[in-house]
Design a protein around this ligand. Sequence first.
Ligand code: AVJ
Length: 320
Amino acid sequence: NTNKGMALVDRDDDGVDLAFRADVLSGLAQDQKAIPARWLYDDAGSQLFEDITQIPEYYPTRAETEILTERGSEFADKIGPGRAVVEFGSGSSVKTPLLLSSIEPAAYVPLDIAGDFLRASAEQLSAKFPGLPVYPVEADFMRRVELPQEVAEMPKLGFFPGSTIGNMVARTSVDLLRTMRETLGEGSKLLIGMDLIKDADVLRAAYDDAAGVTAEFNLNLLRRINRELDGDIPLEKFAHEARWVDDYARIEMHLVASGELSFTVSGNTFEMNEGESIHTENSHKFDRRTSYTLLLAGGWTPVQRWLDSEDRFSLILADA
Ligand code: AVJ
């Protein structure tokens, strides 16, 4: 499934993203209303997430960047030169140059579902590393990806920063890790970021910042539904909430109805009571054992683990 030249998004005659509509309509019909987190990231949502990475309470980006900045020689040592670095969901990553400048890679293969974004950031990166071959691939990395012919013979390093793995429940993340192993092949390595379990107040603040940027990011999903799926959801009647769910070691983002309300989406009516919510994102947190167990279940053997100076975030290197 190379997706070469194929549209990655299925639309109807009115340009409606069919998967988006299906996920929203089925999610809103559930007892606990829930919409998969991937739909938070339209253009506005992706920009708002970039803003989140700059707010004081949101430590993961700074903590992971610190590790990438400070531990370059250890990465070089453990990973070695000459690998093709395959980044899963590269987006507009500012972390990539830090890794690439420490390990002497043979090629860089950014994978992303957003083609325009992908090509723009690939060009920026090429400008920074003139001698490095860059082969962007527009693909859904949740499925096995056929890598470019040019890197077929090179040993691979998968790079999956940002604790994006934490957005998935265990069975989905295990599926993804196994798929990554198939994409990368025998003898490959994986460098993966995983956010750590810590004080619940620190975690909640990271997902409910004082400036309200995360609230905007969450509410933007309703704005997107209204715009793209002909909805009339009253945004002003929803409040952003970040819950720490200790049993599952995860932050859950919800949009909570402030009173009884009803709305329509694509001609379907939904009703909510006061205090009822729409669950919009999970962000799982890990300790050493849970992160290793997840990797092992996905077919990867952990070989090294790095933390930032305040023990907030982990980067783990694993062997296929
Ligand atoms: C992009 C999935 C890593 O879970 O920390 C940030 C997304 N959501 N604030 C995270 C997010 C709310 C973020 N990831």
